[in-house]
Design a protein around this ligand. Structure first.
Ligand SMILES: Cc1cc2nc3c(=O)[nH]c(=O)nc-3n(C[C@H](O)[C@H](O)[C@H](O)COP(=O)(O)OP(=O)(O)OC[C@H]3O[C@@H](n4cnc5c(N)ncnc54)[C@H](O)[C@@H]3O)c2cc1C
Length: 424
């Protein structure tokens, strides 16, 4: 090992903690700085949803989830993939299991025991923690400069030998990651792709029942906001229809199926100002069967009770039809049957990044070397969700955060080694 050096890891989420572990194990003096009073707040929140740590699918499709950035994420995952993550958790005493969907969770579905064991190990390895230290950039915009931190005791300046930034994206800023770093890095010449909402909800555009939209009619929103639509299949341009579920919100939709399509929807809205979803409200029935049931004579029964008794259509699905179809379409059996199998829904905007599960955009890979060091700022490394990649939910976000934290730490160690050799 080269002589120990002081390293500032800024950001105590999964990426920063993984980096700190690698750096401390190599014998360096590591301090983790974080703006919040405690570590890993978003990780703990992920635990509320069962903590989907990773996914069990084979390597190639796993890497494919990173879309345009698959080529850059691939080497990081080669060195730390889903299996490695499971082994690492087991090493901390946390066994994992593969759920029916292939997603991997800790057996107790909690984040807190894992985080506790991890922090215990990091402290034992000598890692120091400086909480309530909000990094606000450098003392100068060029050249060698100290890191500035806002602390309860006023500003503190720190000049480590090397710095690893793992500041997260811009979603759920109340948990610490507010994306403010983008401005400070841009000011020093780092190329940043704009931070955008990923795995996010959307607002619906004008609907038949609320033509002055955006948003649902008041009646629909007040009756159905918060309710899940299931079973259902959802597709959009570039995203083949797939079964699952989503949730109605006050102004639109959110939930797993919408998150899965969110990149395609966001890109359509960017290109054309709106995006169209196609819903199959009866994915278990063929179009022929649906048409046969719709046109079955209904006698004196209302259309609603007819659809309810012939097709077991829920009040929410019925409400969606009333919201999105004209009166004429509702009373035309062919148009109604077609809509039940392929209901078009216009989306007008993605919800703000602050509400999203994750963030697209960030430090572009082209702004870093293969060790994740900023080429504009030698000695400064970046990892985690602050990098310019995005992926669906399913454990991919955490896996890439861990893997990039490890890769940036290894990059830092190589850089230190090279400098050490040069100085000898
Ligand atoms: C509700 C929810 C549920 C989720 N569930 C899952 C899931 O089940 N599976 C999955 O794979 N992913 C999930 N995610 C996403 C996952 O939690 C993130 O991708 C992951 O936490 C990113 O790790 P990170 O270390 O890059 O950033 P973060 O976890 O965001 O950590 C960044 C840290 O940097 C600190 N920080 C930021 N700015 C500063 C500053 N200026 N100065 C000092 N400190 C700063 C923050 O306080 C924070 O502690 C979920 C996200 C949300 C919002």
């Amino acid at each position: 090992m080269s002589s120990p050096i002081s390293i500032a890891v800024i950001g105590g989420g999964p990426a920063g903690l993984m980096a700190a572990a690698v750096l401390a194990t190599a014998g360096h003096a590591v301090t983790v700085f974080d703006a919040k009073p405690s570590i890993g707040r978003k990780f703990l929140l992920a635990g509320k949803g069962g903590l989907n740590l990773t996914h069990s699918e084979p390597f190639e499709p796993f890497v494919g989830r990173f879309g345009e950035r698959a080529a850059q994420i691939e080497p990081l995952l080669r060195s730390f993939d889903g299996e490695a993550l499971r082994a690492w958790a087991a090493g901390l005493g946390v066994e994992t299991f593969v759920g029916t969907s292939g997603r991997v969770f800790p057996k107790d579905l909690k984040a807190a025991p894992l985080l506790r064991a991890w922090l215990h190990r990091l402290r034992a390895a000598g890692v120091k923690f400086a909480m309530r230290h909000r990094w606000t950039g450098w003392t100068a915009d060029t050249g060698l400069a100290a890191l500035r931190f806002e602390t309860p005791d006023g500003e503190r300046l720190v000049t480590p030998h090397a710095t690893l930034l793992a500041l997260g994206g811009a979603s759920w800023p109340q948990l610490g990651s507010d994306g403010a770093w983008a401005g400070w890095l841009s000011a020093r010449g780092v190329d940043i792709a704009p931070l955008r909402a990923a795995n996010c909800g959307f607002d619906v555009g004008p609907t038949a029942a609320h033509p002055q939209g955006p948003g649902w009619s008041e009646r629909f929103a007040s009756e159905f906001a918060g309710q899940p639509v299931k079973p259902v299949a959802l597709g959009t341009a570039g995203f083949a229809s797939r079964p699952g579920e989503f949730v109605i919100t006050a102004t639109g939709l959110e939930g797993s199926l919408v998150y899965a399509a969110s990149r395609h929807l966001r890109e359509q809205i960017d290109r054309t100002g709106s995006a169209t979803l196609h819903l199959d409200l009866l994915p278990q029935l063929t179009a022929e069967r649906v048409f046969a049931e719709v046109k079955h004579p209904r006698g004196s029964r209302s259309l609603s009770s007819h659809l309810k008794s012939r097709l077991h259509l829920s009040p929410l699905k019925l409400g969606l039809l009333h919201e999105l179809l004209t009166r004429e379409q509702m009373h035309d059996p062919a148009a109604l049957a077609a809509a039940l199998k392929c209901l078009a829904l216009d989306l007008h905007a993605a919800r703000p990044v602050a509400e999203a599960i994750s963030t697209a955009g960030g430090v572009r890979f082209e702004a870093m070397d293969e060790g994740l060091m900023l080429t504009a700022l030698p000695g400064i490394f970046c990892a985690g969700e602050m990098l310019d990649w995005e992926a669906p939910t399913g454990g991919y976000l955490l896996t890439a955060s861990f893997a990039s934290g490890r890769a940036a730490a290894l990059g830092l160690l190589r850089w230190v080694g090279r400098r050490h050799t040069l100085l000898q």
